[in-house]
Design a protein around this ligand. Structure first.
Ligand code: PFF
Length: 446
């Protein structure tokens, strides 16, 4: 076995870190509102299907590429291409990942900042304002948004600057159990105060008359974003994974935990939305407007509200560090900067870019960058609908058609012949074709 330069110390750390990356605003904010606007159960079923047939094979591919080279994504792609007698230019996939990581971090931090702000807003009373007015007044204030955005980026710089083991490993060991406990508190609250039976049937009774091609594509995009695929985060964390951990079992566990948390988020939110006579299909404002009105109304709401927004913030933080890590790892691996300086410089770049997204809520709300999209939506479009699916598709094509069988067999446990055959089939044919479909659809028809 080759000597590894930098590895997670704890046995569960890869799972905690990768689940930390996967479980984020996408699960607790995005999944419920998308399920809510796409008819509930049918969306959930298609989503599960996508996690298994697109997500799992690509996650395994990213981990294998990362772990076999033990380098950050740019060098991991280059090295595994070279070891497979392919052109080193495959490193462009890694570069795409670094850029989309910083783009996503820039607006993710603005949204996470709003969640931090809402910890306090949901804990105090309305002061005579409706929740719609409250959201409008919070987002109209540039200084408030800037304050929370800066605080969130600073947390990322501190954690990433502290290092892989003393920073990331330490924080995910603290945040992930905390996230799980908070989620359980929210589901129990929903059983006590919500219309749980109606929430359950909304999420699990599929009504196929609601399914359109758009539902399918939206579920695929969501699965992709939710598992943090296609932009190097999982590849980068895979580089730190000890050689004796099993790639298939860990990937399955991470996909399972990500799905479990998304479903629990649905079970924490919909029953109380129904019990208070609100509609499930409010869209992105479901959490900040509809749910806040419930918290302001319900018994102990000024305790449960902050619990929910702490949960969202914790989930966002464990995801955002995985957006910064690939580029910081690259700059320090290349000895261009020390880890600390790289975290500060790249954190500042994301912070600066984030200002554009922050202004999209107020001063620049009418300023369009790409087509009729404002700055925030343009960043979201570029990263989520362009760079990530493209990155994922290239990872699948590379792993399926070009990565040497020797590397794959070294990475999969010996004796996992069936897993090798099934995985190879999916990564060669099914995953890239489906991702190409999402990509083309999102780019040209949405
Ligand atoms: N998976 C995260 C979420 O669901 O919120 C978002 C994310 C994190 C996407 C890291 C991509 C990534 F590399």
């Amino acid at each position: 076995m080759s000597k590894q330069s930098l590895v997670w110390i704890g046995k569960w750390t890869f799972i905690l870190a990768a689940a930390g990356s996967a479980v984020g605003l996408g699960n607790i904010w995005g999944f419920p509102y998308k399920a809510g606007t796409n008819g509930g159960g049918a969306f959930v079923l298609i989503y599960l299907f996508c996690i298994l047939i697109i997500g799992l094979p690509i996650m395994m591919a990213e981990i294998m590429i990362g772990r076999s080279s033990q380098k950050s994504p740019v060098n991991a792609m280059r090295l595994s291409a070279e070891k497979s007698d392919q052109s080193p230019s495959w490193r462009f996939v890694g570069w795409g990942g670094l850029i989309s990581g910083l783009l996503i971090l820039s607006f993710y931090s603005v949204l996470a900042g709003i969640c931090l702000d809402y910890i306090f807003i949901s804990g105090t009373d309305s002061g005579g304002m409706s929740t719609t007015e409250k959201f409008a007044s919070q987002t109209a204030s540039v200084s408030k948004l800037l304050f929370w955005h800066t605080a969130f980026i600073l947390m990322n710089i501190i954690i990433i600057g502290a290092g892989v083991v003393s920073g990331i490993e330490r924080i995910v060991r603290l945040l992930m159990p905390m996230l799980f406990v908070l989620m359980i508190v929210m589901v129990v609250n929903s059983i006590i105060n919500g219309d749980f039976a109606r929430g359950l049937s909304f999420l699990f009774a599929p009504n196929f008359s609601d399914v359109t091609p758009a539902t399918f594509l939206s579920a695929m995009g969501q699965a992709f974003f939710s598992l943090s695929l296609g932009m190097g985060s999982i590849m980068c964390y895979g580089a730190y994974m000890p050689k004796d951990e099993n790639v298939f079992n860990t990937s399955l566990t991470v996909c399972g935990l990500d799905t479990l948390i998304a479903i629990m988020a649905g079970l924490a939110i919909f029953p109380i939305i129904f019990a208070y006579g609100l509609e499930p299909d409010a869209g992105p404002s479901l959490v900040f407007i509809s749910l806040l009105s419930v918290f302001w109304d319900m018994p102990f709401g000024n305790f449960i509200g902050p619990v929910f927004f702490i949960l969202l913030s914790v989930a966002a933080l464990s995801s955002s560090i995985s957006l910064l890590e690939p580029s910081v790892a690259f700059l320090s691996e290349e000895k261009i900067f020390s880890r600390k300086s790289a975290s500060i410089i790249l954190g500042l770049i994301a912070w600066f870019l984030g200002i554009g997204s922050l202004l999209s809520f107020n001063l620049w709300s009418e300023v369009n960058i790409i087509g009729d999209l404002n700055f925030l939506n343009s960043m979201d479009f570029l990263a989520n609908q362009f760079l990530m699916p493209l990155g994922g598709m290239f990872v699948a094509i590379f792993a399926g058609w070009f990565l040497s069988t020797k590397i794959i067999k070294e990475e999969l446990e010996p004796g996992q012949k069936k897993i090798f055959i099934v995985w190879r089939f999916f990564i060669k044919f099914i995953s890239p074709t489906l991702v190409a479909l999402i990509f083309i659809n999102q780019l040209f028809f949405s």
